[in-house]
Design a protein around this ligand. Structure first.
Ligand code: CO
Length: 152
């Protein structure tokens, strides 16, 4: 069990373009395990590796009913539109309204280095887009309107 400290904005690791994982070695597996522990410890919907100071293309998400981890995730299809409130563990106590695609198809690798693909809508689609943005140094506050303290 390992819970990381969450890196908070402003920090340059959150603004860097994270590097692809070339080799899923024991270090990457340990990062995945600790990201899962950290996600649940902070009751998050998703977490990207830069948020724990690791500038690699790794995300974990759980919209409430399904835990997914992805290495080198890519959005290969996006359509529709959803508008909703969003927050981020790296931007504590701030929420904003963000427009996202309503449906995405995301491709990546699982921890066994097997290619996997997920089709997602609504909250899971939002989580994928938010976490993959983190890998490109983009935070939800860059896209949000009506930023304020308070979820609603
Ligand atoms: Co975030």
């Amino acid at each position: 069990m390992g819970v990381y400290q969450i890196i908070e904005e402003p920090d340059e690791v959150l603004r860097a373009k994270a590097l692809p994982v070339n080799n899923i070695n024991a270090g990457v597996i340990r990062v995945l395990d600790n990201m899962r522990d950290t996600l649940y410890a902070f009751d998050g919907v998703g977490l990207a590796a830069p948020q724990i100071g690791v500038s690699k293309r790794i995300i974990v998400v759980d919209p409430g009913d399904q835990y997914i981890e992805l290495i080198n995730p890519e959005i290969i299809e996006a359509d529709g539109e959803q508008v909703g409130r969003e927050g981020c563990l790296s931007v504590p106590n701030l929420w904003g309204t963000v427009k996202r695609a309503n449906r995405v198809v995301v491709r990546g690798l699982n921890r066994e280095a097997e290619p996997v693909e997920y089709e997602a809508t609504e909250l899971l689609a939002r989580a994928f887009q938010h976490e993959i943005d983190h890998l490109d140094g983009v935070l939800f506050i860059d896209k949000a309107s009506d930023l304020r303290r308070g979820k609603d």
